[in-house]
Design a protein around this ligand. Structure first.
Ligand SMILES: [Zn+2]
Length: 62
C-alpha cells in the first residue's frame, strides 16, 4: 500500500484577490488519466499520486 495521505481540506483552486480571478489547480495525468496535485514547494510542479508522473511548471518571468 502506498503511503497514506493525510486527509485535509484540499483546495482545487487558487484565488487571486488582486486580479479577482480563480485559477484552477487541476490537471489530468497524461499517463494514467487521474487527477494530479499541484505543489508549490520546493518547486512548482504537478504530481500524479497514482503513477508518480511529475510535470514541472516553468518558473514565471518576473
Ligand atoms: Zn498518473
Amino acid at each position: 500500500m502506498p503511503k497514506e495521505v493525510k486527509a485535509r481540506a484540499h483546495t482545487w483552486y487558487e484565488v487571486d484577490y488582486e486580479k479577482g480571478t480563480i485559477k484552477f489547480l487541476r490537471r489530468i495525468c497524461p499517463r494514467c488519466g487521474s487527477v494530479m496535485a499541484y505543489h508549490k514547494v520546493p518547486v512548482p510542479r504537478w504530481a500524479c499520486g497514482k503513477c508518480g508522473y511529475t510535470i514541472f511548471e516553468q518558473v514565471r518571468a518576473r
